[in-house]
Structure formats: C-alpha cells, structure tokens
Design a protein around this ligand. Structure first.
Ligand code: IPD
Ligand code: CA
Ligand code: CA
Length: 265
C-alpha cells in the first residue's frame, strides 16, 4: 500500500470507530477538560486506532495528535480523531476524523472522513482535491450580501471578539452558520456550500487537512505553517472563494495580515 492508501485506511477505520461510539453514546465515559470542553473515551480510542495503523506502516514517521500522540520526525502525521466532540457527545451528527501529512514543515496532503455521510475528502498539494474519489472543484458566491459565512467557537475567543466579527458580517448582508466542527466547516467551504470562514483559534489538527482540501478545490486559504510556532500556537485559519475574499479584507480587517497558502496548481 502506498502512503495515500494507508492514510485512507487509517482515517476510515478511525471514523468508523467514532461512529460506533456515537451510536452507543449513552455508555460513553466523558471527561471535562474545561468549561464546555469535552473529551470522551472515543476520542482517545480513535486516535490510538489511527496511530496504530500509520505507525505499523511507517515506523519512522512522527505524530501530532490532539489526544496526546507526539513524536517528531521529518514526516509527521497531524491527527484530530474526532473534530466536533461537543456535537458528538450531545448527539448532533456533525463531526469527522482528520489527518494531515506534513513533510519538512510543508503541508503535502490531507484527508477528512465524515462517517455520518460516508464522505471521504482528500487532497494532495498541487494535485487537486477529491470527494469520494471524484474531483472537487468548486464555485462560490462573490459577495457577503449573497453569502453563507461559517464561524467557529473557542473558549479562547471573547464574546466581544466573536460578536464583533458576527456583526460585521451581518452588516455586510451575510447569513452565518456555526456548525461546530472546524474541519468539516472547511469541507463545506471546499464544496461551495459556505463562502467564507475565518478563525484564529483552530489548532493544527483542526485546520491543516481542510485548508489543503479547500485550496485544491479552488479556494483562497491561509498558510497555517507560515509560522515556525504552528505546533504550539494556534494560527489563523482562513478560507474563502477568491472573489468574496477581497470583500473579507474590508469586512474583517484582521484578515489583512494573514499569509496565504500558495501551491503549484
Ligand atoms: C473544536 C471544533 C470547533 C472549534 C473549536 C475546536 P474539537 O474541535 O473544531 O468547531 O470551534 O475551536 O476546538 O474539540 O471538537 O476537536
Ligand atoms: Ca478539533
Ligand atoms: Ca478533537
């Protein structure tokens, strides 16, 4: 099996395990990391499953996983076993498993599996994005006044920051969506279902795979790895259709400093 085949095996196995826990979630052990910040035995078991498959195939590779997998190597797998844990524990069917491959600090590939819809998103740098093996190339609304704008929520974001951002978008005429799983929001953007997304608190495991999938589907996206501190400090996550991006710079001036990802495509 080549790298992509192993990655798909791992992310599907992880997502399917997450779904089996979701379908029996009344038996789930849930811990609280902080106010409204949950982690369940499912998060840990899914990460262990994904790491087991990857480490078996690629024993020299490194890992960066939300639930604790950490080892450095030139080739590194970045994992969020369940993105959308709050949805997951409350029974809302909007969550996914994500996996990104970083080589020498370059984002080379990403995979996201949504087990509820059996949707597998994949992208390789400069080689396009796919949804269930079919090429993904999208179109977006050009203006906030006709757009759907996705937002995230983090305990690090103050109420003032969040409401300021929402107000500015609403005043520009947008409709807002806050579905609760950053990686899956980026997949919705990649498909042209959402037109603009911006958040400053997503972690690398939330953001990397979805950013590459959106970029390879034709969107403008941020270069999460532009800062050498990307492993330890959240970096801006921005994705938008190329036209609405120009208006985003006016609506949310804080996006003007964001470095964009360039690939060869
Ligand atoms: C969270 C989700 C959420 C985002 C948070 C993330 P988790 O990840 O992606 O949409 O707003 O910042 O922490 O905890 O469900 O893996
Ligand atoms: Ca996450
Ligand atoms: Ca998670």
């Amino acid at each position: 099996m080549n790298t992509s085949e192993v990655a798909i095996r791992a992310i599907r196995a992880g997502g399917e395990l997450a779904l089996s826990y979701f379908n029996n979630r009344e038996q789930l052990t849930i811990d609280c990391k902080g106010p409204q910040d949950y982690v369940s035995e499912a998060d840990r078991a899914v990460e262990a499953k994904i790491v087991e498959i990857l480490a078996d195939a690629f024993p020299n590779d490194g890992f960066l996983g939300e639930e604790g997998a950490v080892s450095r190597a030139p080739r590194e797998w970045v994992i969020d076993p369940i993105d959308g844990t709050t949805n997951f524990v409350r029974g809302l069917p909007y969550f996914c498993s994500t996996l990104a491959l970083v080589e020498d600090d370059v984002l080379v590939a990403g995979w996201i599996f949504d087990p509820i819809h059996n949707n597998l998103y994949a992208a390789a740098r400069g080689q396009g994005a796919t949804l269930n093996g079919q090429p993904l190339r999208s179109a977006w609304r050009a203006r906030f006044s006709e757009g759907l704008v996705g937002i995230c929520h983090s305990s690090k974001l103050t109420a003032g920051e969040l409401s300021g951002r929402i107000n500015a978008a609403l005043e520009a005429g947008a409709i807002m969506r806050q579905p609760g799983a950053g990686a899956l929001i980026l997949c919705d953007l990649a498909q042209g279902r959402l037109d603009a997304v911006f958040d400053q608190h997503l972690k690398p495991w939330d953001a990397l795979a979805g950013l590459l999938i959106a970029k390879e589907a034709g969107a403008v996206v941020s270069d999460y790895l532009a800062s050498p501190n990307w492993r330890t400090e959240p970096q801006p996550t921005l994705a938008a259709g190329p036209e609405i991006y120009q208006e985003m710079l006016e609506v949310w001036p804080e996006t003007r400093d964001v470095t964009l990802l360039e690939t060869d495509r």
